[in-house]
Write a protein that binds this ligand. Sequence first.
Ligand code: SF4
Length: 237
Amino acid sequence: MKRPSAKLKTPRATPTPKRARRPIARRAAAGLYALEVFSRLKRAHPEARCELDYETPLQLLVATILSAQCTDKRVNMVTPVLFRTFPTAAALADAPREDLEEIIRSTGFFRNKAKSLIGLGKALTERHNGEVPDSMAALVMLPGVGRKTANVILGNAFRKNEGVVVDTHVGRLSLRLGLTKEVDPVKVEQDLMPLFPHEDWALLAHVLIFHGRRVCDARTPKCKMCVLSEICPSSAV
Ligand code: SF4
């Protein structure tokens, strides 16, 4: 009779196939890299914050809508008069279109923005008693409010980290830094969220935006003075 082989008597633990191990290792490395990027950016921009001037959730919502295709600096020049003239959602709902357009004209796309602000005032008055809701689901139902704007409001006015604000700076830096391969903001956000601590998502957007405005410019990134130059895959240094 044939004797059983030693191999059968002493079964060895099945090694994890290399193919299955690699993604885990890659994810861990990506997480460590992302945290190093975040740590360096926080040190480089300790003053990073929302650069729009506001005192209430409604003011931030209005300012964020106006900031589309416009600088925060320009928006901050317009909002003091706007907030004084139309201080509540009801006042925005009843605003004469021409008056509103005149105040916000310098922010660009003023006709569309005026339409959005009047629609916003009406929706807030009719559906939310004039208050800005603090949930993603309710915010994205408001006129002129998409996921990016909703993330700005939740993260800054309500201190809720439900997502990451992906504007033009965050999108550009995420690509250059190799944190994503996507260009669609929703997909970029999905790539960023698992890489960074949930409680830091609002701050993450602030430091990326600060860095994008001051160092990693769209046309001429200042790689020589960038704190990420040794680790950034797009560094020109
Ligand atoms: S090294 Fe250059 S490309 Fe990379 S983040 Fe810094 S400025 Fe941008």
